[in-house]
Design a binder for this molecule. Structure first.
Ligand SMILES: Nc1ncnc2c1ncn2[C@@H]1O[C@@H]2COP(=O)(O)O[C@H]2[C@H]1O
Length: 369
């Protein structure tokens, strides 16, 4: 199978080159060249499919309604732009030689470009007011912010409180109640969980990482301790601001009806409850990834697919959606969880039982047992 284009190749294609590297990663599955044989049509006059097409190798011919023709050669100035971009298409586009093309969903490209341009405006305005834009650029690289409108980011920046910390200081403690989350601005921090008398290092956080959000999303005590390994600073965001400015746009919720529509378009249920709960009953063909293992198991999910998370109250699925959004997955939560459904709908949804697949991805299969 072909590999996605490299950043060097993408830099020559307009307007794809306006996206950030993180956004290219988000588009990864669509950045794979497709071959077409000499004589084959890329599209016809009048086609309405919302695809942005680039010619990467070979030569093609465009023919308009009057029969006028134009040749496009890969590597030329004109091939750096989308092929006959207007809709409905004004041309037949036919391969003159064997060609290679890139076809990208125009709606997705539009969304990413709009977001990028709006954030660039924001960064420019902040730079003019003397803010540390470099850190902010790193923060915005977190895929979480792909879903956050620039107005919310701006609002959030006004509410963050900087806390300077010495090496070894504890920022938050396992088991404590949480009333805020943090972003690591500088220095190094590690996430530690106590296992009996032992301590287990779960992760080291990178600058720009958001942490301490799980207690707010799941309404539970802190599930780990976070400590500075090296002196640095964190930015604190209150629960209320976190919920209004970040949780609301990131944790997209759907009703059962909307979930059914997404299932019809290829989405899949993702059950984030405990194994015993899943085995008792679960939604049709639901994958199982309990929330506490989600960070470890998420790599098994398919980036080109949409997932619909559910749990009993909707809290664990909120946490799951927030986490998966940060990893760049397309994901929704069932609003108010299974408890929010009338008994008849709940019983109809939970129609399967027993152990199932954790996930299938890229030829790998993992079973929950
Ligand atoms: N495995 C992990 N990797 C990275 N961060 C984690 C991990 N487990 C817990 N955390 C973070 O540590 C935080 C502890 O407080 P919270 O439960 O509020 O939110 C938690 C997460 O933000």
């Amino acid at each position: 199978m072909s590999e996605p284009l490299t950043p060097e190749q993408l830099r020559s294609l307009t307007p794809l080159n306006a996206l950030s590297e993180q956004q290219w990663r988000e588009l990864r599955s669509q950045l794979v060249p497709q071959p077409l044989l000499a004589g084959q049509l890329l599209f016809r006059q009048g086609d309405q499919a919302r695809l942005t097409c680039y010619l990467l190798a070979g030569e093609l011919q465009l023919q308009d309604a009057e029969g006028r023709t134009q040749r496009v050669q890969a590597g030329s100035e004109i091939s750096c732009h989308p092929v006959s971009p207007g809709l409905p298409r004004l041309h037949d586009a036919r391969a003159l030689t064997d060609i290679s093309v890139l076809m990208i969903d125009s709606a997705t490209l539009d969304r990413l470009l709009t977001w990028r341009l709006a954030h660039q405006d924001l960064l420019l305005a902040l730079q003019q007011s003397g803010a540390d834009v470099e850190w902010l650029e790193r923060l915005l690289e977190n895929p979480l912010f792909a879903k956050v409108p620039p107005a919310n980011v701006q609002n959030m920046l006004g509410r963050l409180q900087r806390v300077e910390l010495a090496a070894g200081s504890q920022i938050l403690e396992e088991g404590a109640n949480g009333d805020c989350c943090y972003f690591l601005e500088s220095g190094r921090a590690e996430v530690i969980r106590s296992a009996g008398s032992d301590r287990q290092v779960l992760a080291e956080l990178e600058v720009g990482a958001c942490f301490g959000e799980e207690a707010l999303l799941a309404d539970r005590p802190r599930n780990a301790t976070v400590t500075m390994v090296e002196a640095g600073s964190v930015l604190r965001l209150d629960r209320q601001d976190f919920c209004a400015l970040l949780k609301a746009p990131v944790v997209a919720e759907v009703s059962l009806g909307e979930a059914a529509r997404l299932m019809g378009q290829g989405a899949q249920w993702l059950d984030v409850r405990l194994l015993e709960e899943y085995e008792k009953t679960h939604a049709p063909q639901a994958l199982h990834m309990p929330l506490q293992l989600l960070r470890l198991k998420a790599r098994l999910l398919d980036r080109s697919r949409t997932y619909l998370c559910y749990c009993d109250s909707g809290k664990r699925s909120s946490s799951a959606v927030f986490l998966l959004a940060q990893l760049g997955y397309s994901v929704y939560a069932l609003r108010d969880g299974l408890d929010g459904l009338p008994a008849v709908q709940r019983d109809a949804l939970l129609c399967e039982s027993g152990a199932g697949y954790l996930a299938r991805s890229g030829g790998r299969i993992e079973r929950s047992l």
